[in-house]
Design a protein around this ligand. Structure first.
Ligand code: HAM
Length: 426
């Protein structure tokens, strides 16, 4: 038997109702904050992620699904392709490719779609997973750098989680500074690491040279006592970064959005500057980060574009669905009515009636003229239909139909009143 590939899964009804509920709520909230949808390809040039997410990150160095495409001629080298592990890089590529800075204001873009990382699968962690994300990016003159944008995004996320009935969340906030702070901070980090680096894992020994910030991603238990004592970026922020971060916090406080400062939060992607954040959720166990994001003020330039500060986030939809209070059963729809055609030639009549009723926004399911009445009733019952409508020769001729409420009474209803009678139960 061929099964779904490790780390991927089928989303089946009724669970898909939860996914649709979440996506509809997200689209509604994004609309209120004037975000519009962008759809970028799942397939991108590998170098896009090497240059943005960063070659030293776990995502790019260990978890990419990437391969060399066939060249046009046999002798020609093919392009290196990758399944996207995240969507920020694709959005910024599209921003540059389509010169979106020529459009007015800050570009506020959202996306919903699959991402791919070759991680070790476990609850809440998959190799194909889904993100609902948004990015606000634009020229500095449009206000893209303002701490007001950071606060707006964070408040929007709090609103979305509240709207979904998710209560038990914590917003962890940090500032990871900017290129101006990094040389002094890296100097301090290296000074702290040098005496102990030889005792650390091979990855950390390499990171100490290439990108010391990535040592915070280390998961080797023996290294943790060292990592936990490393200097914190918060002590090395320059005046502008410090003030930016303070203003984000002031606005959030004014909006009554609760947050905690976590100065160990550095995020696993290289493009971040200044504000970085994660929302965690109590019920999720080890994979408790329900979403993550931050500012990436230098990313556009890294990818060859103009200066375009930006901030965004991505929600792990798989995890968000796990944190929902409601059940899929309650959200999934059931037929309002089940049409039971009775006898030869009645499929045709049932189809005509179904067509009429569906125009009234009713959910209609149909049996088959070969079914005995009992089979139709049993099926309707199993499907959770509210009514059964019997369609036989007499009903069609008289224009009066037997409308039977399952577990309730039967009435005779003229064809023209069927829809309104069914609707009245809703
Ligand atoms: P990220 O922290 O790598 O950030 O991913 C965001 C969220 O995606 C995580 O908090 C988690 O909920 C979910 N996620 C990540 N990996 C998996 C997985 N293997 N299985 C299930 N869920 C997962 C980003 O991707 C950035 N692009 C966010 C961003 C947007 N920053 C700025 N703009």
């Amino acid at each position: 038997m061929i099964k779904a590939v490790r780390g991927t899964r089928d989303l089946l009804p009724p669970d898909t109702a939860l996914w649709n509920f979440v996506e509809a709520a997200a689209r509604d909230v994004f609309r209120a904050y004037n975000f519009q949808e962008i759809r970028t390809p799942i397939l991108e040039d590998l170098s896009l992620f090497q240059r943005s997410v960063g070659e030293e990150t776990d995502i790019v160095s260990k978890e990419m699904f990437a391969w060399e495409d066939r060249g046009r001629a046999a002798s020609e080298k093919g392009q290196m392709l990758a399944l996207r592990p995240e969507n920020t890089a694709g959005v910024v590529r599209a921003y540059i490719e389509h010169k979106l800075w020529e459009r007015p204001g800050v570009q506020k873009l959202y996306y919903i779609g699959p991402q791919f990382r070759r991680e070790r699968p476990q609850k809440g962690r998959y190799r194909q997973f889904y993100q609902i994300g948004a990015e606000a990016i634009g020229p500095p003159a449009a206000g893209s750098e303002s701490p007001a944008r950071d606060a707006e995004i964070l408040e929007m996320l709090a609103t979305l989680l509240d709207r979904l009935g998710i209560r038990d969340w914590t917003l962890e906030l940090n500032s990871v500074g900017c290129p101006n702070d990094r040389p002094r901070y890296f100097e301090a980090l290296r000074a702290a690491i040098n005496p102990v680096v030889a005792q650390m894992c091979a990855d950390c020994q390499r990171r100490a040279v290439t990108n010391p910030l990535r040592m915070f991603d280390c998961k080797v238990p023996e290294d943790q006592p060292i990592v936990s004592k490393l200097p914190r970026i918060s002590d090395y922020l320059d005046e502008a970064c410090r003030e930016h971060f303070a203003e984000v916090q002031r606005i959030l406080t004014a909006l009554e959005v609760p947050f905690t400062i976590n100065d160990r939060l550095v995020r696993g992607l290289d493009y971040y500057q200044r504000t970085a954040f994660e929302f965690t959720h109590g019920a999720l166990g080890a994979q408790n980060a329900i979403l993550g994001g931050g500012r990436y003020d230098g990313l556009s330039e890294t990818l060859g574009g103009p200066r375009a500060p930006g901030i965004g986030f991505a929600i792990g939809e798989d995890r968000l669905v796990l944190a929902l209070p409601g059940s899929a059963e309650a959200l999934a729809h059931k037929p309002d009515a089940y049409i039971a055609p009775l006898g030869a030639g009645m499929n045709r009549e049932a189809a005509k009636l179904a067509r009429e009723l569906r125009k009234h926004d009713l959910v209609i399911e149909m049996g088959d003229e070969s079914f005995r009445l009992k089979k139709s009733f049993d099926t309707a019952d199993k499907l959770g239909a509210h009514y059964v409508i019997i369609v036989g020769e007499n009903e069609v001729a008289s224009g009066n139909f037997a409308l039977k409420q399952l577990g309730g009474e039967q009435q005779t209803v003229p064809r023209s009143e069927l829809a309104s009678r069914i609707q009245s139960h809703k």
